[in-house]
Every structure is written in structure tokens, then in C-alpha cells.
Design a protein around this ligand. Structure first.
Ligand SMILES: C[C@H](N)C(=O)N[C@H](CCC(=O)O)C(=O)O
Ligand SMILES: [Mg+2]
Length: 361
């Protein structure tokens, strides 16, 4: 069975509410989707969001990478030569990790379908239920408190609070939310690179002194500031999670060996897909570092690929896979079940998404 062609489409899904971080505000999921077909008619699907402020990828660059570089590199290759396909995918163009992720997940989808197995079982089959957090956008404090209470009402036990735009005022934000939701709800804080190293220590220490019981702080400083990550990690007791600082296995090794983080956030859109994400899982396992699986502003297709990886690997102990919960509608058929805070894997072969809008059957 060989790869016959790659079709490129686009999806548009309105968000239930604007998504706001220290880096950007977004109102809709507007992602590139791809369909890979084999000579036997088997199809695999993938999705790539244009998260320009984090990965550098735009809709135009994703389409160009898939159409002009990846397609000529892998069309005609035998699906059984999985390793050869991924080596070609990763060497035919540098960077462009979101385009690579879309193709990588479609290939894994096909491979698991060919073997009539759900992808998570093929990758390791560690668990079949995942608990995700939900993101609270950065807004005026009363709005964030109301959003947090609403999320708890809807069954979420873990909140990921976006901060990083107003320095020390973030302590008030988290204090107000903690007082409103009570002590049982887990609170994660994501600064999206919004603080500097000294400011991070001041803010996180203030949260510790107030007993706000923060589970972790994600990416306090600029992505390339590995020394800053090391400074923060060594000066606070709250665990520090590296997100934008870790795209590749090399980043993970560098950061871990230099004490630049306690935890690593793996996202398929940063690694270029599951093939490279598995390398980070192995490195983390070797060093005894736990991982979170995260997502960009993505819909159910690519988030489900990430869910399969999370379900497969024991080293992935935390999930930020709330993309589908942030969308107003679910335009897909099939896939894992999203039940508020829980993602339940099922027995459908591949990733499980059976129908993607924009492609003819
Ligand atoms: C959507 C997810 N919960 C999230 O917060 N991801 C962000 C980046 C998302 C984006 O800007 O598209 C993160 O973890 O930094
Ligand atoms: Mg983050």
C-alpha cells in the first residue's frame, strides 16, 4: 500500500468566546486540514493551526510546505516504510512544524487503520481516559472569576489561567480565582512568556506566600531565555513547565540538563508530530521528568491525535487538550468522546475521525 496523494482543505469553527493570552486574541479556529489517500483508497486525516506567534506558521506557509515540499517527498512511498516516511517528512524542509504535524498524524492515522487498531493502542496503550484542564482567557478580574466558576459548574476540576500582561497584578487575579473556586480545584498558570526572570520569581513567590496552591507555572519567560527558565526554576518551589522553550528533542535535553524546567509541555504543532514527540517522551522518561500534552487553538481532529499520544504514554501525566471544548460547534464525525473534562478513547481504528468538513467522500 503506497501514498497516492495529499489533498489540502480549510476549516472554520467559531469559538464559544474570544481566546486571549499574553501573545494574542483569537475568535475562530481557522486551520488547514489534509487528507492523505493510498492506492487502496484508505484515507488518513490531519490538521494544522496557523499559530504564527508561537511556531511561525501561517495558513500560507502550511499550504506551501505541504503542497510544494512534503507532497513530492513522500507521495509514492510504501506505508509500511513508516520510519522512511518520517525521515523524509522531517528532512524535506526545516521548521514548518505545524505542516509536518498535520502530515505526520495523517500517516499515523493511516498506519493504525491499516492495522485495524486505535492509534493509542499501537503507540503504547497506557490508559483510555484522560482528564483535561480548561483555559481561562486573560481578562479583567471579575470576568475571569465568572469564567472560572462557569468552568467548574461544567465539571472541570483543573483550570489553566492565562496571565502575563500586567505583572504583579496577576497575583490578584489568581487570588480572586482561588477564593472563588475553593481549595479543591487545581489551578495552572500560563504566562505565555509575559514576565522576565526576576519578575517571575517575585510573582510566583507572592503566590506561594499567599498559599494559593498553584499546581504549576507554564512558560514564565521568553522562549529562548533558557537561563531565565533556569533562574526561575531554581528560585521557586512551584513546578515550572516549559512550553514555548521546547520544540525539539534537542531543546528538551538542553533544558532538562540545565535545570530549566520541572516539566515539559509537548505539543504536536511544536514537535512536527507524533514521531518527534515520542523522542521527547523517551528523553523525559530517562531523566524522570513528567510531561503535559498540550494543544494550540485546534479543533477535534488534531487534538484527538494528541489525545492518542497522551493515552499511549505513561510519562504524559497532565493534559491541556481543551481545543474542542472552546469551539462553538463540533463539525466532525467520530473520534474520542469529549465529555466536559474527560476524553474517553474508543476502539475505532486510527485516530477515529471519520468525516472532515471540506473533503468529498
Ligand atoms: C488552547 C490551549 N489550552 C492553550 O492554552 N494553548 C496555548 C497556546 C495556544 C494558542 O495561542 O493557540 C499555550 O499553552 O500556550
Ligand atoms: Mg502554554
Amino acid at each position: 500500500m503506497f501514498i497516492k496523494n495529499i489533498e489540502i482543505g480549510e476549516i472554520f469553527i467559531p469559538l464559544a468566546r474570544p481566546f486571549k493570552t499574553a501573545l494574542r486574541t483569537v475568535n475562530n479556529v481557522e486551520d488547514i486540514v489534509i487528507k492523505i489517500e493510498t492506492d487502496t483508497g484508505l484515507t488518513g486525516f490531519g490538521e494544522a493551526p496557523p499559530t504564527a506567534v508561537i511556531t511561525g506558521d501561517t495558513k500560507g506557509s502550511i499550504v506551501t510546505a505541504v503542497r510544494d515540499f512534503i507532497t513530492p517527498a513522500i507521495v509514492g512511498m510504501e506505508l509500511d516504510n513508516l520510519d522512511g516516511i518520517f525521515r523524509k517528512l522531517n528532512s524535506c524542509i526545516v521548521k514548518n512544524t505545524s505542516a509536518k504535524a498535520a502530515v505526520d498524524m495523517a500517516i499515523y492515522d493511516l498506519y493504525a487503520k491499516q492495522h485495524n487498531t486505535p492509534l493509542y493502542k499501537l503507540l503504547g496503550g497506557n490508559k483510555n481516559l484522560i482528564e483535561t484542564d480548561i483555559t481561562i482567557s486573560v481578562n479583567p478580574i471579575p470576568e475571569m472569576v465568572a469564567d472560572s466558576l462557569d468552568a467548574v459548574d461544567h465539571g472541570f476540576n483543573i483550570l489553566k489561567i492565562k496571565v502575563g500582561k500586567e505583572g504583579l497584578k496577576d497575583v490578584e487575579r489568581i487570588q480572586a480565582i482561588r477564593e472563588a473556586v475553593g481549595p479543591e480545584i487545581k489551578i495552572r498558570v500560563d504566562a505565555n512568556q509575559g514576565w522576565n526572570a526576576k519578575q517571575s520569581v517575585q510573582i510566583i513567590t507572592a503566590m506561594e506566600d499567599k498559599g494559593l496552591n498553584i499546581e504549576l507555572v507554564e512558560q514564565p519567560v521568553t522562549a529562548h531565555d533558557f537561563k531565565g527558565m533556569q533562574y526561575v526554576t531554581s528560585h521557586v518551589t512551584t513546578p515550572i513547565l516549559a512550553d514555548e522553550s521546547v520544540f525539539s528533542a534537542e531543546d528538551a535535553i538542553n533544558l532538562i540538563q540545565n535545570g530549566g524546567a520541572d516539566l515539559i509541555n509537548i505539543k504536536l504543532m511544536k514537535t512536527g508530530g507524533i514521531y518527534n514527540a515520542l523522542k521527547i517522551c523517551d528523553i523525559a522518561e530517562i531523566y524522570g521528568v513528567e510531561c503535559m500534552i498540550g494543544c494550540m487553538l485546534e479543533s477535534k481532529l488534531s487534538v484527538s491525535a494528541a489525545a492518542h499520544l497522551a493515552a499511549a504514554k505513561g510519562v504524559i501525566t497532565k493534559a491541556d487538550l481543551d481545543g474542542p471544548s472552546l469551539c462553538k460547534i463540533d463539525p466532525f464525525t467520530g473520534g474520542p468522546l469529549y465529555e466536559e473534562n474527560l476524553i474517553r478513547m474508543n476502539e475505532t481504528p486510527g485516530i477515529g475521525i471519520e468525516k472532515v468538513p471540506g473533503f468529498n467522500e
